[in-house]
Structures are given as C-alpha cells and as structure tokens.
Design a protein around this ligand. Structure first.
Ligand code: MG
Length: 278
C-alpha cells in the first residue's frame, strides 16, 4: 500500500500521433480520408454512392475503416492499402516543431507513440516534425497486427525510435490474444495490448489523444487521460489541451523532481497557446 505512494506519479507517457503531435489543420487527416475513399473506389470496386456512408459506419464500429473492410470480408494486402492511403499525403505540410521537441526531450519519463497508423507513416511524420529520438518506441499497426491477425499467439515487439539514446527493455516479445482481424484503438483489447507490449502500469501512465472515443477507452483501461485539440473536457478525459504545446502548463507534475533550470527554458518558449506549427 505504501509502495504505491513512492516514486514518480507518472512513469510513462503514451502519445497518439496524428492530430495529437501536430494539429488537425495541417490537412493530413482529410487527405487520408480521401485516399481511403479512392482505394475503396478503385481497388475494392465499391459503389460510389456507398463509400462515404461506409467509411463513417465502419470507422465507428471497427475503429478504422480498414478494420471494418476486413471484417466485412474484403481481401486486400495491408501494406498495399497503407501505401495507397499514406503514399500521397501532404507530408510537406508537416514542419519541424522545435518547441515540441524541446518539451519532449525535457521529460524524463518513458515516452511512447501509440498510433493506429502503419510504421512507414509514423516514421515519416515523426521525421517531418523533427521528433526523431524523442521517443523510446512506437506502437503502430504492425506492432499490434504482426501476422495480419492470422495467428492466435501473435508475437509483437515495439518498434524503437532508432535515434533514441534511452532505449529501455523494449525487445521483450509479447503474446496477444485478440480474435479481432485488426487490432486498433479504440478497442479495449488494443489498450490492453499496448499495456503489455510497453510493460506499463496504466495508473502511472498518461494517455494523450485527439479522439474522444480513444480517450473513453483509455480511461476504461485505467490510464490517466488527456484530450488534445480541445479546450474543454470530454467523457473520460482528466485534462484538455488545445495544443500539445500546452502540456507543461496543464501537467507540470510531469516535471516534478526534475532540475528546473532546463525545463523552465522550455516552458517559457512553449507558452504559445494554440499556435500551429510554424
Ligand atoms: Mg489521432
């Protein structure tokens, strides 16, 4: 009982990628939706007048449109799908974000990206944002779905942020037991998988995401939760951040016990409200 009161309040921070580490206004999200619809039209021969409604319905029911298409029985290669959907995204709109980089590097706890997107997109986006080496690892589509969901005893490893100098114990294989064809947020199974893969205590982990349903699921899984991109709380959220840049104002306790000199410089330079990455 006493032991739970000792040590840092938070041991790990889990960050969604898209529309969390950069703002929705960048346009990646809308381009991604358009590319998914194009893929459904040209590769799966789905009727034009059904596509928009299908996308919304499948996204709501299965977590991602891709997961829903698989659940409906559409057969396609996951890598081909991701290449089509992410291959033509306006990555040039993602600019280096030195303020966020400084903030992340000033945080001593483990920091892990937890995204439904594939590894190639995650790497490209983090590279464009100038955030290489800021994270201890990346949990992405391939991490959660290493065998396209075909194996009942899947073995997953967390992808390392290759340039990080602070890699910790992330090679331990983890067995997943989900029966879902595609494992992704917001399912509680995906949350539990992330907990196992990263070997974290959700009660000592902060979960950042722009999705209200991901926040609700993360709260159900026991995480401390932060909705990003909104100024007001949503169900299941403990904090709300209009911008990830405001993390220190909202959650100064992350830096408790650290040397103030370095992090205060970061705080002063990052107090820019909701400014879009310049
Ligand atoms: Mg997101």
């Amino acid at each position: 009982m006493e032991a739970t009161l000792k040590g840092p309040k938070y041991e790990c921070l889990l960050f969604d990628l898209d529309d969390t580490l950069y703002p929705f206004s960048v346009g990646i999200n809308l381009s991604c939706r358009k590319n998914i619809q194009d893929y459904m039209r040209h590769h799966l021969q789905i009727e034009e007048n059904q596509i928009a409604e299908m996308c919304v319905g499948l996204y709501k029911e299965y977590g991602t449109t891709m997961a829903g298409l698989k659940a409906l029985g559409y057969e396609f290669d996951n890598d081909e799908f991701h290449a089509n959907v992410h291959g033509t995204l306006p990555y040039h709109n993602l600019r280096p974000d030195p303020l966020l980089r400084s903030l992340l590097l000033s945080i001593q706890q483990r920091k892990i990206v937890f995204t439904n997107s594939d590894k190639a997109h995650a790497e490209e986006a983090l590279h464009r944002l100038g955030l290489q080496g800021c994270f201890d690892g990346v949990i992405c589509f391939e991490t959660l779905n290493p065998c396209n969901g075909l194996s009942e005893s899947q073995i997953c490893t967390l992808y390392k942020d290759e340039t990080s100098a602070n890699l910790i114990d992330l090679n331990e294989p983890v067995r997943l037991g989900s029966k879902s064809p595609i494992l992704c947020k917001p399912s509680i199974e995906a949350m539990e998988a992330a907990i196992r893969i990263a070997n974290i205590d959700p009660k000592k982990t902060i979960f950042f995401d722009d999705s209200t349903r991901n926040i609700a699921s993360a709260k159900a899984a026991g995480f401390h939760t932060v909705i990003v991109g909104r100024s007001s709380l949503v169900p299941g959220a403990d904090h709300a951040l209009e911008s990830i840049h405001n993390i220190k104002q909202a959650l100064p306790e992350i830096w408790d016990g650290q040397d103030r000199s370095e992090s205060d410089v970061v705080l002063a330079s990052s107090a820019v409200g909701t400014a879009v990455v310049a």
